[in-house]
Design a protein around this ligand. Structure first.
Ligand code: UGA
Length: 431
C-alpha cells in the first residue's frame, strides 16, 4: 500500500520504517527541514536499537523516503498516519496544536479516498475533531480512524513488528478493511472498535501499567519498613496469571515521554468531567513519593546531603534510550542539588542540558571517574553496563562507602564484600 506518515519523531520514524519493512511504500513528512535533510543523508535523530539499519535498508530498497512537502507525501497515499507530538499543555491536557496543523495540511492535499489514522496518543473525541478540520479543507472522500501505538522506547522496532495487538478504532467498514490490510503481515489480534474506545484504550493501558508500577513501589516501601524482599513478593504475586509478572520491578517510579504525560492527561480529562479518578491520582502521588523516598533514605545514610559529593549513574529514564524526559534520574539529581550536594553524573549515551536539569551538571566519561572522591554513588537507570560494574574499582575511587542501587541491579552480597554500605529498593537498609 502507499502510506504517508506525518511526523518523524520516535513514533513516526519507527512506524514509517517498520511499515516499509512490511513491504509498503512509505513517505515520511515532517516540517523540520533540518531533520529531513539529516534523514535524507542517513542521520537518525534518535537512538533506538535496530532503527538505523531498518531506515538504511528500506531507503536502499526504495520503499522509504523523507520529505518536508505534504504535496509530495499525501496525494498518492491510501493511508495517512498522524504521528506528531501531543505534549502536555500548561493545564495538564494534551496540546493538540500539531495534530490540528497536520489535519489541515492533510485535508488540503487529498486527491482520492484516503484513510487518516491517528497514531499519536490523543484525547477521546479527536477522530471527530480531525474529521471536521479535514472536511473544511477538501471535497475528497476520507475516513478518520484511531490506531494508537503501543511501542516501548528502546524496544520500539521489535514492538512494532511483534505487537501483542493492533487497535483499530473505526466507524467505517471501508476504512477498517484498509487498516486490516495495512497490518495483514503482523501476526496478532486486531481489535476493531469505535474511535472513542480506541482513543481511551491507549490512555487506559498506560494508566494501568503506571498504576501497576506505583503499586509495587508502595509494596517495596512497606518491605523496607517490615524487613521483607519486594523481589520475592513480586515473584510470588506475579506467577498468578491474573496478576502477571511484567511491570512489577520496583525502582524509582515511572518516567519518560509517555506515562507521566498520558496519566496526567487522563486525570485532567476525568476531572474536567467532574469524574475524578482516585486510583489514577493515587498512582501519580505514589510516583512522586517514590523519588522523594530515595533521596530521604540517602540523606539519612549520609547524615546530610549538604556539601557531599554524590555520583549518579544514569540519566536516561530507562535503559536503551537517550531520552531523559521526566527521568527519575534527573528528578533525583535536582533534589540532591537543592539539598546542597555536589552532583556528578555518567550515562552511556544520554546527556542533559543545564536548562533541563536546572544547574550546570558535570558529566563524567565513565562510572569510575564519576565516583572519584564521592561519598555516595546512586544507580538511577537500569543500563546493563551498571550490572557489570567493577565494584572494587568503584569503591576504591570513592572517599565514602554508600552505594544506592535505585534499580536493584546488583547483588547485596557482592556489594557488601566490596566494602559498600549497600541500599536497594524494597529491602530494609542495614545501617
Ligand atoms: C510506554 C508503554 O510501555 C508502551 O506500551 C507505550 O506505547 C508507550 O509508553 C507510549 O505511550 O508511547 P515507554 O514509555 O517507552 O513505553 O517505557 P516503559 O518501558 O513502559 O517504561 C516506563 C517507565 O516505567 C520507565 O521509567 C521504567 O523505568 C518504569 N518501569 C517499567 C518500572 O519502574 N518498573 C517496571 O516494572 C517497568
Amino acid at each position: 500500500m502507499n502510506v504517508a506518515v506525518v511526523g518523524t519523531g520516535y513514533v513516526g520514524l519507527v512506524s514509517g520504517s517498520c511499515l516499509a519493512e512490511l513491504g509498503h511504500q512509505v513517505t515520511c513528512v515532517d516540517v523540520d527541514v533540518e531533520k529531513i535533510a539529516g534523514l535524507n543523508n542517513g542521520v537518525i535523530p534518535i537512538y533506538e536499537p535496530g532503527l538505523e539499519e531498518l531506515v538504511k535498508r528500506n531507503v536502499g530498497y526504495g520503499r522509504l523516503r523523507f520529505t518536508t512537502s505534504y504535496q509530495e507525501a499525501i496525494p498518492d497515499a491510501e493511508v495517512v498516519s498522524i504521528a506528531v507530538g501531543t505534549p502536555s499543555a500548561e493545564d495538564g491536557t494534551a496540546d493538540m496544536k500539531y495534530v490540528k496543523a497536520a489535519a489541515e495540511e492533510i485535508g488540503k492535499n487529498l486527491s482520492d479516498y484516503t484513510v487518516i489514522a491517528t497514531k499519536s496518543t490523543v484525547p477521546v473525541g479527536t477522530a471527530e475533531m480531525i474529521t471536521e478540520i479535514v472536511k473544511a479543507n477538501t471535497d475528497c472522500e476520507f475516513d478518520v480512524v484511531s490506531n494508537p501505538e503501543t511501542l516501548r522506547e528502546g524496544h520500539a522496532v521489535y514492538d512494532f513488528l511483534h505487537p501483542s495487538r493492533v487497535i483499530i478504532g473505526s466507524s467505517s467498514p471501508r476504512a477498517t478493511d484498509f487498516m486490516v490490510h495495512l497490518f495483514a503481515y503482523l501476526d496478532c489480534p486486531k481489535v476493531v472498535t469505535d474511535p472513542r474506545s480506541a482513543e481511551l484504550t491507549k490512555y487506559a493501558a498506560n494508566a494501568f501499567l503506571a498504576t501497576k508500577i506505583s503499586f509495587i513501589n508502595e509494596i517495596a516501601h512497606l518491605c523496607e519498613e517490615v524487613g521483607a524482599s519486594v523481589e520475592d513478593v513480586a515473584k510470588g504475586i506475579g506467577l498468578d496469571p491474573r496478576i502477571g509478572k511484567d511491570f512489577l520491578h520496583a525502582g524509582l517510579g515511572w518516567g519518560g515521554s509517555c506515562f507521566p504525560k498520558d496519566v496526567l492527561a487522563l486525570s485532567t480529562l476525568a476531572a474536567s468531567l467532574d469524574y475524578p479518578l482516585p486510583i489514577v491520582n493515587a498512582a501519580i502521588k505514589t510516583n512522586v513519593h517514590t523519588r522523594e523516598r530515595v533521596v530521604s533514605r540517602l540523606e539519612k545514610a549520609l547524615g546530610s546531603c549538604a556539601g557531599k559529593k554524590i555520583a549518579v549513574l544514569g540519566l536516561a529514564f530507562k535503559d536503551n534510550t537517550d531520552d531523559t524526559r521526566e527521568s527519575a534520574a534527573v528528578a533525583i539529581i535536582r533534589e540532591l542539588h537543592n539539598r546542597g550536594a555536589e552532583v556528578r553524573a555518567y550515562d552511556p549515551i544520554a546527556n542533559v542540558t543545564s536548562e533541563h536539569v536546572g544547574f550546570d551538571l558535570e558529566h563524567s566519561a565513565d562510572p569510575y571517574s564519576a565516583a572519584e572522591g564521592a561519598e555516595a554513588v546512586v544507580i538511577a537507570t537500569e543500563w546493563d553496563e551498571f550490572r557489570n560494574l567493577d565494584l572494587q574499582r568503584l569503591k576504591k575511587a570513592m572517599s565514602g562507602d554508600i552505594l544506592f542501587d535505585g534499580r536493584n541491579l546488583l547483588s547485596q552480597e557482592e556489594a557488601e564484600r566490596s566494602g559498600f554500605r549497600y541500599f536497594r529498593v524494597g529491602r530494609k537498609s542495614k545501617m
